[in-house]
Design a protein around this ligand. Structure first.
Ligand SMILES: [Zn+2]
Ligand SMILES: [Zn+2]
Length: 259
């Protein structure tokens, strides 16, 4: 008898691959964040500008009312601009108290990025700290050490259908990064083609260093700034694949990784 394996529902959908200000402002790439589905649990990570629109235009459509949680890695607008409207979406306009919002402490308080008005809608606003595990429904994730970036910033590690996934969000390169992100699938925010001193973002060479050391089964480059876009992310990813002997791909808007 042939055993038919049930297909896993787990996936990551890229609702945007724009990194930093100008690619976002010009919308050369979309900036809607990542939709992650684990079993029956749906999570939105980093809802930047246009996240709501990207959900509505996805095929099949992604319904914010089905979200169980929203995770903000840090408060920069390319990661957080649509957080309030997505909270409204998750809570059916604020009429249904549900879901959890995970964010660093500096997303709240003075100059809060989450409005007092919308903060009342979810079941919980959970402040995230370094190297801590959090859980919602079927999904659990571990936060990284604090990244080197102008505001409180944490990357994530989680599992989808048995595969470990790392998400290196915005950070300056520092060698200890690799101590956390050993995973099967490694998603890396690569804003710059060449290193720029004084700006806390990864460049392509630094991403290559990380991939070379961690040897994931697959590395996914995303969050592209202007210099990366001009250098054609697909071409750069192919070059890295050949140089490192590891599968490296460049994410594109609407790309879905199934698990
Ligand atoms: Zn960013
Ligand atoms: Zn940032």
């Amino acid at each position: 008898m042939v055993e038919i394996k049930e297909e896993s529902p787990d996936f990551i959908k890229f609702l945007g691959t724009a990194g930093a200000r100008f690619v976002m402002i010009k919308q050369l790439r979309a900036s809607g964040g990542l939709w992650v589905c684990r079993g029956s649990t749906n999570i939105l990570i980093d809802p930047g500008p246009g996240s709501l629109v990207r959900c509505a235009n996805s095929r099949p459509r992604l319904d914010p009312g089905k979200l169980d949680a929203i995770i903000m890695t840090h408060r920069h607008l390319d990661h957080a601009n649509d957080i309030n409207v997505m909270i409204e979406g998750m809570t059916e306009g604020g009429f249904k108290k549900k879901g959890v919002v995970f964010c660093p402490a500096d997303a709240l308080g003075d100059d809060a990025i989450i409005l007092e008005h919308t903060a009342k809608f979810p079941e919980k606003i959970q402040v995230i700290k370094a190297k801590t595990r959090y859980r919602v429904g079927n999904f659990s994730f571990l936060t990284s050490m604090r990244h080197i970036h102008p505001c409180q910033t944490y990357g994530l590690k989680f599992n989808l259908n048995g595969a470990s996934v790392g998400l290196i969000t915005d950070t300056r390169y520092f060698p200890e990064l690799t101590s956390f992100y050993k995973t099967d699938i490694l998603i890396i925010s690569v804003v710059f083609l060449e290193k720029r001193l004084g700006i806390d973002h990864l460049s392509l060479n630094e991403a290559a260093l990380i991939i070379k050391e961690l040897k994931p089964k697959k590395a996914v480059l995303t969050h592209f700034g202007m210099t990366m876009l001009k250098a054609k992310p697909m071409v750069q990813a192919q070059k890295l694949s050949q140089a490192l002997g590891i599968e490296v791909i460049a994410a594109y808007d609407g790309m879905k990784l199934s698990f």
